[in-house]
Ligand binder design. Structure first.
Ligand SMILES: *Cc1c(COP(=O)(O)O)cnc(C)c1O
Length: 377
């Protein structure tokens, strides 16, 4: 079956008791049992909920995964995934992952004996050199936020497997429509469903998808033991969101490319970061590894004053953190999403004070371009 058919039908069977075509929100904490030890597969709603199960089937199918688990946020999905490593283990972490992921390692996991090194994973040789005897996991995000650098998932996965380590990919920026990491050898995919999967900026959630049965059993055990589950309502919202994922992503791709092309030609823009530009240093890898280039574009305005004036002059774009919704958002990484990253590191990564990031939505492209045009003027 094709992607859109799967998106609309996987997990979305008509409700067995009423025939309801859309999966109901099973807003319950517990389930009546017919007798001692006799129940319909549902005992307590932290452990199982039919709305959540439907979503778990749905996103697993989209990622081509045998198993999937829905969490209360992208961060709780990442946290559960990191329970695949133990005290004394070492993790190679991409040096430009989501700030919250870095914070989880830096401020919390280190207290539990998990070691990590930040590595520029855009070059697989750096990854190779970072391996230690106790390295058990490589955790990457591709493309990264906000400078859109890519990691070669196939190369990193085959390298990690020769070293006995697993590879985790945060696939939030691409969604399974544009990138399917498990098919490239990655072991575990994590998502913030808050972004493209839900797609409407009205729910916070996370997901873990994987094929290995032993690892899946452990993630399921963690999900039930810790209890950071996605609520029935949010499960319903994301299930509704994924039905239109393919059409939304096609439009995000189109609009993202058009915005990047416009910015490249603009005299007040010094540099544009978008994998769909031939000038992007990893454009060839992007073409090979992704089915499209997505809706995230960053650009250099040269100074904080210039960035500030663009951010405060836009009318269609909304100044806000987050991404992946139908509406276009604009943000300033240095003071917003990446404020916690030390100044020196920010400069090394290209996150200057003049850098502006846009999450290009699915509005009419003429309106988005004329909005950016008047804001840059
Ligand atoms: C937003 C985001 C997260 C965290 O997800 P939450 O749903 O906010 O907890 C993780 N990774 C990436 C790439 C993100 O954009």
């Amino acid at each position: 079956m094709g992607f859109s058919t799967t998106a609309i039908h996987a997990g979305n069977e008509p409700d067995a008791s009423t025939g309801s075509v859309s999966v109901p929100i099973y807003q319950t904490s517990t389930y009546a049992q017919d007798g001692l030890g006799k129940h319909k597969g549902y005992e307590y709603a932290r452990t199982q909920n039919p709305t959540r199960s439907a979503l778990e089937k749905n996103i697993s199918a989209l990622e081509g995964a045998k198993f999937g688990f829905a969490f209360a946020s992208g961060m709780s999905a990442t946290d559960a995934t990191l329970k695949l490593v133990k005290a004394g283990d070492h993790v190679i972490l991409g040096n430009n992952t989501y700030g919250g992921t870095f914070r989880l390692f830096d401020r919390i996991l280190t207290n539990y004996g998990i070691e990590f090194d930040l590595v520029d994973t855009t070059d697989v040789h750096n990854v190779e050199q970072a391996f230690r005897e106790n390295t058990k996991m490589v955790f990457v995000e591709t493309p990264t936020n906000p400078v859109m650098s890519l990691t070669d998932l196939e190369a990193v996965s085959s390298l990690a497997h020769t070293q006995g380590a697993i590879v985790v990919c945060d696939n939030t920026f691409m969604s399974p429509y544009l990138q399917r990491p498990l098919e490239l050898g990655v072991d575990v995919v994590v998502h913030s469903t808050t972004k493209y999967l839900n797609g409407h900026s009205d729910s916070v959630g996370g997901f873990v998808a994987l094929n290995d049965e032993r690892h899946a059993e452990w993630i399921g055990f963690v999900q039930n033991s810790v209890g950071a589950i996605l609520s029935p309502f949010d499960s319903f919202m994301v299930l509704r969101g994924t039905k239109t994922l393919a059409v939304r992503m096609d439009r995000h791709n189109e609009n993202g490319q058009a915005v990047a092309n416009f910015l490249v030609e603009h005299p007040k823009v010094e540099k544009v970061y978008y994998p769909g530009l031939v000038s992007h240093p990893q454009h060839e890898l992007a073409k090979r590894q992704q089915k499209g280039f997505g809706g995230m574009v960053s650009f250099e305005t040269g100074s904080l004053e210039n960035a500030k004036s663009v951010l405060e002059s836009v009318k269609v774009f909304t100044l806000a953190e987050s991404l992946g919704g139908v509406e276009s958002l604009i943000s300033h990484p240095a003071t917003m999403t990446h404020a916690a990253v030390p100044y020196e590191t920010r400069q090394e990564l290209g996150i200057t004070d003049g850098l502006v990031r846009v999450s290009v939505g699915i509005e009419d492209i003429e309106d988005l371009i004329s909005d950016l045009d008047q804001a840059l003027d």
